[in-house]
Design a binder for this molecule. Structure first.
Ligand code: CS2
Length: 486
């Protein structure tokens, strides 16, 4: 079959949506770091829809892997987005103009990041990509940051790369730049700005001051459920477009992008594509991280222990559904503020409906990745608020215990743990021969994950009490044990 390309665009069936501008003549105005499926299914679509003049093409930079460059290189960087929902939709995306790989294309990457035409640098590099400590500050002992402080001209981290580019922009006097973090971190823009400024200060105080005076780092909330691509998706996209695509992406119909109104220089009119530009992102971001992402992590760890495979399967399991409802109502919702822009109860109902989308196969094993990074923003901040307010932490603690048992069982089954702290986690399980309370106590002592909760006796006691039940969960007794946790 013929491959997707500029040449074959005209063969697409009428019902497949495409850009309104001629993709062959779009200029590059955005550099994006981290072109994972989420970026390609979310920000790239907003940009394609907002860019009616063809001036906001995206140069995307992979910090490590060359796979995407190879795949999209054969098809003019076009790809298919399949929106899988009650009303399905297929969109061919032409917003990416090139895929660069930092290691192979350093000069080109730097040229793009420092070009006067580039007014936006955006990032989806996942929680771990920011190299932060538990308190949200830059981890100056992180190996990648140590490397970049010694070799600032050959950075490997996003923070080192951004700082190197900002230094060149300062020296060439090219301002008008907005750096947009699009990852699931509280105050993502503020944290990135602080990290970049701290890194810059280590070698050049003037640069740090220039960054603070000149460059904007808006906070954002990003949302759309985007399961990893698989063979079924490739077949479905071929069927919908009549063309081969080496790397299509998929997502649900729901999509939200809330961006703080804090820009330096021009930007695409993303609001014309449905983005919300507002002075207060916090209310959206807190609700999303705690309600949606917190529930996702609870389903991922507890669901995996019950041998469930997908979010849909997990929310269709009666006892799991009851657990999740109680967790949301009693322990998460009381920590989320209502505002004119957001009704938390409505947000919960909408989130649960989204989880019940049977057209999407969102694997719990994918959500379970990087638990050491996801637990603090999704669950532990909520635990802290409840402790201060004297509210229950029973079900949040059960979820933390489920993460621990998930780690133990994965190590014992020799399954690869996808987590930047893989070695530490595996070491703890092995040192304690997998004995649940020994492992749990050692994990609870690790301030890189638990911060000052390491010192909290009631939290520790509650986790250990719930662990005694969680450690016995299996496929057969799932309903009884989930009920016992409540
Ligand atoms: C998920 C998120 O994989 C995960 O950890 O919780 O990717 C989630 O699907 C997105 O944040 C939804 O916007």
């Amino acid at each position: 079959m013929t491959r997707l390309s500029y040449q074959t665009l005209k063969q697409l069936p009428d019902e497949v949506a495409t850009a309104s501008v001629d993709p062959t003549s779009t200029q590059i105005g955005i550099v994006h770091l981290g072109p994972g499926a989420f970026h390609r299914a979310h920000q790239a679509i907003y940009t394609q829809q907002a860019d009616t003049e063809g001036r906001w093409g995206i140069s995307t930079v992979s910090l490590r892997s060359a796979h995407l460059k190879e795949a999209l290189g054969q098809q003019d960087n076009l790809y298919t987005l399949m929106v899988l929902d009650n009303i399905p939709q297929t969109i061919v995306v032409s917003a990416l103009k090139e895929v660069l790989v930092l290691e192979q294309d350093r000069e080109q990457v730097m040229a793009r990041m420092t070009s006067p035409q580039t007014h936006i640098i955006s990032l989806t590099i996942t929680e771990k990509g920011y190299c932060l400590n538990n308190d949200g500050t830059l981890n100056l002992k992180h190996p990648d940051i140590c490397h970049d402080l010694v070799q600032p001209d050959k950075p490997v981290s996003a923070v080192g790369l951004l700082t190197a580019a900002l230094k060149q922009r300062m020296n060439k006097n090219i301002a008008e730049l907005t750096v947009i973090s699009c990852d699931n971190l509280p105050d993502n823009g503020d944290r990135l700005r602080d990290a970049v400024q701290l890194f810059a200060e280590k070698s050049d105080q003037a640069l740090s001051t220039w960054i603070s005076d000149t460059v904007s780092f808006p906070n954002t909330m990003v949302d759309s459920i985007t399961p990893a691509s698989d063979d079924d998706l490739q077949n479905a996209s071929r069927e919908a477009t009549g063309l081969d695509d080496a790397w299509p992406v998929q997502r649900e119909a729901f999509s939200q992008w809330v961006i703080e109104n804090n820009f330096s220089g021009p930007r695409p009119a993303w609001e014309n594509a449905g983005a919300i530009i507002t002075d207060d992102v916090r209310v959206f971001e807190k609700a999303k991280l705690r309600i949606l992402n917190g529930s996702h992590s609870a389903l991922a760890y507890l669901g995996s222990l019950c041998h469930l495979k997908t979010v849909y399967e997990a929310v269709s399991h009666d006892a799991m559904h009851t657990f999740l409802n109680k967790l949301l109502e009693e322990e998460i919702l009381p920590t989320v503020d209502a505002s004119d822009a957001l009704n938390p109860e409505h947000y919960v109902a909408q989130t649960l409906t989204r989880f019940k989308n049977q057209h999407i196969q969102h694997l719990l094993s994918q959500i379970a990745w990087d638990g050491s990074q996801k637990l603090p923003p999704r669950l532990l901040n909520t635990v802290k608020d409840n402790l201060v307010a004297n509210r229950s932490i029973q079900l949040l603690s059960a979820t933390v215990a489920a993460w621990m048992v998930f780690i133990i069982r994965s190590v014992q089954a020799n399954k690869k743990l996808v987590d930047p702290m893989e070695d530490v986690l595996t070491g703890i399980v092995k040192n304690h021969d997998g004995e649940a309370s020994g492992v749990a106590n050692a994990l609870l002592d690790d301030s890189r994950i638990f911060g000052d909760l390491t010192q909290h006796i009631d939290f520790r006691k509650t986790v250990l009490a719930q662990l005694a039940i969680v450690a016995t969960i299996d496929k057969q007794n799932a309903s009884t044990q989930l009920t016992a946790l409540c």
